[in-house]
Design a protein around this ligand. Structure first.
Ligand SMILES: Nc1ncnc2c1ncn2[C@@H]1O[C@H](COP(=O)(O)OP(=O)(O)OP(=O)(O)O)[C@@H](O)[C@H]1O
Length: 295
């Protein structure tokens, strides 16, 4: 068994190499891990000059979290328990005070900021509660934006974006700006934007929080179908058990701790059968837009 050396610099375009085997364990039948947060501590006291009271417990308190390729995991817990912080740390948006985040065997804290940005753009998709679309751009350009930021020419990016708008049934809104769309339509466009890079993982923070129940259910169905069609994992923060029910597994958080036996057992151990797989051209996950959502 070959496992990536976690201290190795990770480049999104480097060929994978697997040199230093490590003692690891697997659970029979478990999906191949894609993302692993290990012993994560996030102490905003240590990183910010904001109005936090001294002595306030850390937002993440030695949390462990594991998601497999194509797996859907919901994170639930009371307000302030650390759900969004965990999501942001896992996605490389926020650097933890201590602990490691491994993406396909590579430590995302040991890569340069530029590489981390590329990783976020090419391997991760994001769907938030609202306000994520740029108000001045039409739908087609909003969807195409992550592709263009990754260097894809305008024509190719907007063609691909259009194929995604087609798949989600919103081609007719290609020139509409977010202010001219309903909340559900905006979330569908946001899902198309998250999926159009063919990400390995979709991070969704209360993606239906601003929608009525029926629209929220439709949006979740679309999100899950699109993710499944691309074998993208989903990490979803929600307060709503009906939304969590779309996921195969729910973990609960309290006081910065992930209360999930499977995740806690994995703490400190690197999952097996993980090589550092590059994202971008040559990636192992599908990049062909024709492999998109089943309508
Ligand atoms: N940028 C920040 N600076 C300082 N403290 C923060 C910051 N973000 C979050 N916190 C604190 O960290 C703790 C966890 O917050 P977080 O937003 O992760 O919780 P949550 O479970 O997502 O809550 P909610 O369900 O209300 O969104 C809270 O005590 C919060 O006040």
């Amino acid at each position: 068994m070959n496992v990536q050396n976690p201290s190795q610099q990770f480049s999104v375009n480097d060929a994978p190499s697997a040199k230093q085997p490590r003692a690891v364990h697997t659970q029979p039948g478990a999906p191949t891990p894609v993302l692993h947060g290990i012993d994560l501590v996030m102490d905003y006291n240590a990183t910010s000059r904001s109005t936090i009271q001294p002595g306030q417990p850390p937002a993440l308190n030695h949390a462990n979290f594991l998601v497999g390729e194509g797996e859907r995991v919901a994170i639930m817990g009371p307000s302030g328990s650390g759900k969004s912080t965990l999501l942001h740390v896992l996605a490389g948006i926020t650097k933890p005070t201590t602990g490691r985040v491994m993406f396909r065997g590579a430590d995302i804290d040991r890569i340069s900021e530029a590489e981390r940005t590329r990783l976020r753009r090419q391997a991760f998709g994001f769907v938030f509660q609202s306000g994520q679309l740029l108000p001045e751009l039409p739908a087609v350009e909003n969807v195409a934006l992550p592709l263009m930021l990754s260097g894809m020419p305008y024509r190719e990016a907007t063609d691909r974006a259009l194929s995604w708008l087609d798949r989600i049934g919103l081609r007719h809104l290609m020139f509409s700006r977010p202010g001219e769309m309903s909340g559900g339509q905006m979330q569908r466009v946001a899902i198309a934007r998250a999926l159009c890079v063919n990400p390995a993982i979709i991070f969704a923070d209360e993606p239906t929080g601003a929608l009525d129940q029926n629209t929220g259910r439709d949006v979740m169905q679309l999100l899950m179908a699109a993710a499944a069609a691309n074998n993208a994992a989903v990490v979803l923060v929600t307060h709503d058990p009906n939304i969590a029910a779309f996921c195969g597994r729910t973990v609960h958080m309290r006081d910065g701790i992930v209360l999930d036996a499977a995740n806690q057992r994995m703490g400190g151990a690197m999952p097996a059968a993980v090589g550092a797989v590059p994202v971008g051209p040559g990636s192992s996950f599908p990049r062909n837009p024709s492999q998109g959502v089943a309508r």
